[in-house]
Design a protein around this ligand. Structure first.
Ligand SMILES: Nc1ncnc2c1ncn2[C@@H]1O[C@H](COP(=O)(O)OP(=O)(O)OP(=O)(O)O)[C@@H](O)[C@H]1O
Length: 454
């Protein structure tokens, strides 16, 4: 068989590159177009001369060619939306002597008829997929995964690692921390990382359900159970979460009589709807959260100790925002993006003194308060950069001199945290030895380690 000789190379090149069925583009390492064939120029309604030398992002919609030229990672059969059509794109890095020097891209379509058919088929499939995804999200109810939790601090990184460790098992998790620290995001993430991720995630806000409705909300009712009961009855949150995860948000605010009932369901694995004659088996994983001091509530007989032990198998403390100031900058930028996407206003960043003010402020409402402050500033600002004057007064007026003075509680906690860190390091991780060095009991050390997320 005769190999392609040098004299045929040009013919092969012309046949392939100038073939009307393929749209071809080549970019350099920085993503600037060095070549685009006739069919692609025709398809984009552009002139060959005008295209060469332009950055590919200025020429092709939704392109990823510059990214492939940068990463050196090929992307095959990717669906790309160009000029109202879904196209299939292959993007291959170009190498010379082992170095990436650019990328070669090819968008496929055979003839117009065939392409139109395939395009409408893909369009249908994508629509179906979109509907399926949103339905699944609605059904499973857990929208956030670990990568949605923005952080830079060591405290949150350690927490994320621990979450990954326990999420796959069925163990009950108690999430503690101040309001607005992101406990719900962690609950979603645990569900996502568990074997139950395809099953429902059901949230119960224990503080928000009126006491007289709590039982029917949690356990459901049968038709005719009481006057006003819906035809056909109604399943409770436990039944809805069957096979999945039940997130008991603000469990510390749950009335004591409901605590007794929940405990029974957890012990027996059965739930009895109001008016039902038989109990029904349910299999749920429990994740609970609270900002309340449950130990104190137990002492005050407002929280059942036996329920506490049931839900407190693994406990995580989500640190307050002021305890992880390194997170404030990245969180602020990410929340700004989230807010501007929602509001539809172009605001790109914050002035340097705003970042300073954010770091000085104590954020009693944590990330939720930061998000609200940013949303209000986005609405108020007349510029593309948020300035101090756009911030709520409480944050703006928190001056240097005020922030230099910490509350006594803050100072004591900081010193305690540091002493525990030092002792654990000195004892090379041996907690019994660390407790001895500190002159406190082992259980007291464990409690503090949990409290500070060490
Ligand atoms: N690390 C984070 N990255 C991105 N967004 C976050 C983060 N932490 C919290 N948020 C956002 O802050 C808000 C409050 O978070 P969340 O509801 O999870 O807090 P919470 O601790 O459960 O509060 P509560 O105890 O009041 O229920 C949400 O809008 C959430 O999306």
């Amino acid at each position: 068989m005769e190999l392609i000789g040098d004299n045929h190379k040009q013919d092969v090149f012309d046949t392939f590159f100038e073939n009307g069925n393929f749209c071809i583009v080549v970019v350099d390492r920085e993503g600037y177009v060095t070549y685009m064939n006739e069919s692609y120029c025709r398809f984009l309604n552009l002139d060959k001369e005008e295209v060469t030398g332009k950055h590919v992002t200025d020429v092709i919609e939704n392109t990823r060619m510059h990214l492939v030229a940068e990463s050196g990672k090929e992307e095959m059969a990717d669906v790309q939306y160009i000029k109202g059509n879904y196209m299939i794109a292959n993007r291959i890095p170009l190498r010379s002597e082992g170095e990436v020097v650019g990328a070669f891209g090819m968008v496929l379509f055979r003839d117009t008829e065939e392409w139109l058919q395939m395009n409408s088929h893909i369009r249908d499939l994508l629509l179906e997929l979109k509907a399926y995804r949103s339905k699944r999200r609605e059904q499973t109810g857990a929208t956030y995964a670990l990568h949605h939790i923005i952080s830079r601090s060591q405290e949150v990184d350690v927490l994320k690692d621990k979450i990954k460790q326990v999420a796959p098992s069925d163990v009950s998790v108690l999430l503690r921390g101040e309001s607005g620290t992101g406990k719900e995001l962690f609950a979603h993430s645990i569900h996502h990382l568990s074997e139950r991720s395809n099953q429902p995630f059901v949230k119960v806000n224990c503080a928000a359900i009126p006491e007289d409705l709590l039982e029917s909300e949690l356990f459901g009712y049968q038709e005719g159970a009481f006057t006003g009961a819906k035809k056909g009855g109604k399943p409770g949150k436990f039944q809805l979460a069957d096979g999945g995860t039940l997130f008991l948000d603000e469990i510390g605010d749950m009335p004591i009589h409901a605590q007794v009932k929940i405990l029974r369901v957890l012990q027996e694995g059965e739930v009895e709807a109001i008016g039902a004659t038989h109990p029904q088996k349910v299999d749920v994983r429990i994740i609970a959260s609270t900002h309340q001091p449950l130990e104190q509530l137990i002492k005050d007989q407002r929280f059942r100790e036996d329920l506490f032990y049931r839900i407190n198998v693994v406990q995580f403390h989500v640190p307050a925002l002021r305890e992880r100031k390194e997170d404030i900058g990245v969180l602020a930028r990410s929340l700004l993006q989230k807010v501007t996407d929602k509001v539809g206003k172009r605001v790109v960043d914050f002035n340097a003194d705003v970042y300073e003010a954010f770091k000085r402020y104590a954020w009693p409402g944590n990330v939720r308060e930061l998000e609200n402050a940013i949303e209000s500033a986005v609405h108020l600002t007349r510029s593309e950069l948020i300035g101090l004057e756009d911030l709520p007064a409480a944050i703006r007026s928190h001056t240097d001199s005020q922030s230099a003075v910490k509350t006594l509680k803050e100072s004591l906690e900081e010193a305690e945290k540091q002493a525990i860190k030092d002792a654990i390091q000195f004892a090379e991780g041996d907690k019994v030895k660390a407790a001895e060095v500190l002159g406190i009991g082992k259980s007291s050390l464990y409690e503090k380690v949990k409290k500070y997320g060490l």
